[in-house]
Design a protein around this ligand. Structure first.
Ligand SMILES: Cc1c2[nH]c(c1CCC(=O)O)Cc1[nH]c(c(CCC(=O)O)c1C)Cc1[nH]c(c(CCC(=O)O)c1C)Cc1[nH]c(c(C)c1CCC(=O)O)C2
Length: 355
C-alpha cells in the first residue's frame, strides 16, 4: 500500500477577509461594518424586543446568533461579528452591569485596592461567558461558507475606563485620575482585564471564531508614555499569548483616534491589521500605516445617515487610496441607530461594483 507522502498544497485561504489579513491585495476589498447588527435594522429591533433587553440578547445564544446573521442575510457582508459587548468582561469579573435606555452602560466601580481584590480571578469568567461561546458555535455552523466569523473583546484601557468610572465618559477623566493617584491599583485593573481577555478570546477561537478584534475605543486619550504603557503593551501581551495558543488566527487592533500613533502600531503589538477611524485620511494612512500590512476602514459613519453622491465619492476615494495594498473596507466607527439601511446597500454596491 502506498501512501502519498506529499503534504496538502499550501493554498491561500479562500475567504476574502482572511486573504486580506494574510497581506494579499485584492481587486475588490472585502467589506463588513462595525455595529452591523444594530438598531438601524428593523429586524434587530424586533429580536431585541423579543429578548427583552440588551444583556438578555447578549446572553441568549439563539437570539444573539440570529441578530449576528441578520446583516449577513440582508447584505452579504464578507464577515460576521459576534454579537456581544465589551462590557461583558467586567460583569464576568463580578461587577454589576446594566444599560439605561437612551443613556448607555452603568457599572459598579473599582477604584480601591479592596475593590480590585474583590474582583474574581480571570479563570472565573467562563462561568458567565459560556453562552457567548455557544453563540460562536451556532454561528460557525450557520454562517455561509464564504463568510468569516470575527470574535472580539475590548482592549484593557477602554474596558478599564468603564470599570473605573462606572459609565462612559467624554474624556475618561476618572481613569486618568486613578492612573495618577494610585498606579498600582490602576495597573492591577489593566492586568486583570488583560488576563481575562486572553482567556475570553482563546475560548471564542476554540468555539469557532476565525479572526479576533480588540476594540480600544478610547486609545486616543492616551498620550506619550501612557500610550505605550496602556494601549501598546496590553495589546502586545494579549496578541503574544493568543499567537502562542493559536498561531494562525489573525488579530485586528483598533486603537481608535490614535492619530500618528497608528504608525508602527501593528509592528509594536504583533497585530495583523490595524483598524482606522475616520479622523485620519486614507491617503495618509496608505503612506504611513498600510506599508506595514493590512488596514481596515475608514468611511465616516455619518454617510450612513446622509447617503447620496457624497457617500459614493467618499467610498470610492477610500477604495482608491488603499488599492495598492491589503485592505478591508469598513466604517471608521460603528453605524448609528439613525442610519438608513438603503445607504448601507449603496456603500456595498459602490465598493463591489464601483457603482
Ligand atoms: C465602547 C464599546 C461598547 N461596546 C463596544 C464598544 C467598542 C466599540 C465602540 O467604540 O463602539 C463594542 C460592541 N458593542 C456591540 C458589538 C457587537 C458587534 C457589532 O455589531 O459591532 C460590539 C463589537 C453591540 C452593542 N452594544 C450596545 C448596543 C446598543 C444596545 C441596544 O440595542 O440598545 C449594541 C448593538 C450598547 C453599548 N455598549 C457600549 C456602549 C457605550 C453602549 C451604549 C451606546 C449605544 O447605545 O450605542 C460599550
Amino acid at each position: 500500500m502506498t501512501q502519498d507522502p506529499r503534504p496538502e498544497p499550501q493554498q491561500s485561504p479562500a475567504k476574502t477577509i482572511l486573504r486580506a489579513l494574510a497581506g494579499e491585495r485584492q481587486p475588490v476589498p472585502p467589506i463588513w461594518m462595525m455595529r452591523q447588527a444594530g438598531r438601524y435594522l428593523p429586524e434587530y429591533r424586533a429580536t431585541r424586543a423579543q429578548a427583552g433587553d440588551f444583556l438578555s440578547l447578549c446572553y441568549t445564544p439563539d437570539l444573539a446568533a440570529e441578530v449576528t446573521l441578520q446583516p449577513i442575510r440582508r447584505y452579504g457582508f464578507d464577515a460576521a461579528i459576534l454579537f456581544a459587548d465589551i462590557l461583558l468582561i467586567p460583569q464576568a469579573l463580578g461587577m454589576d452591569l446594566w444599560f439605561v435606555t437612551g443613556e448607555g452602560p452603568r457599572l459598579s466601580t473599582v477604584t480601591t485596592p479592596g475593590e480590585l481584590a474583590a474582583l474574581k480571578p480571570a479563570e472565573a469568567i467562563h462561568e458567565t461567558l459560556s453562552p457567548v461561546y455557544e453563540t460562536v458555535r451556532i454561528l460557525s455552523r450557520e454562517l455561509p461558507r464564504e463568510t468569516t466569523l470575527i470574535g472580539f473583546a475590548g482592549a484593557p484601557w477602554t474596558v478599564a475606563t468603564y470599570m473605573i468610572a462606572g459609565r462612559g465618559t467624554r474624556d475618561q477623566g476618572p481613569a486618568h485620575a486613578l492612573k495618577q493617584a494610585d498606579r498600582a491599583t490602576f495597573q492591577g485593573i489593566i492586568d486583570r482585564v488583560t488576563e481575562a481577555t486572553v482567556l475570553y478570546l482563546s475560548a471564542q477561537i476554540e468555539a469557532g471564531a476565525e479572526v479576533v478584534k480588540l476594540f480600544d475605543s478610547w486609545a486616543g486619550s492616551l498620550h506619550g508614555q501612557d500610550f505605550d504603557d496602556f494601549a501598546v503593551a496590553p495589546a502586545r501581551r494579549i496578541i503574544a499569548a493568543l499567537k502562542q495558543r493559536h498561531p494562525h488566527v489573525p488579530v485586528i487592533a483598533f486603537p481608535r483616534e490614535a492619530g500618528d500613533r497608528y504608525v508602527g502600531f501593528a509592528k509594536a503589538t504583533g497585530a495583523d491589521c490595524v483598524a482606522l477611524d475616520n479622523s485620519v485620511s486614507a491617503e495618509w494612512a496608505a503612506r504611513h500605516v498600510q506599508t506595514d500590512g493590512c488596514v481596515q476602514g475608514n468611511l465616516a459613519p455619518g454617510h450612513m445617515v446622509t447617503g447620496g453622491p457624497a457617500l459614493v465619492d467618499a467610498t470610492r476615494a477610500i477604495v482608491r487610496a488603499f488599492s495598492g495594498g491589503p485592505h478591508i473596507f469598513n466604517l471608521g466607527h460603528g453605524i448609528t441607530p439613525d442610519a438608513d439601511p438603503e445607504n448601507v446597500a449603496l456603500m456595498i454596491r459602490t465598493v463591489r461594483e464601483g457603482a
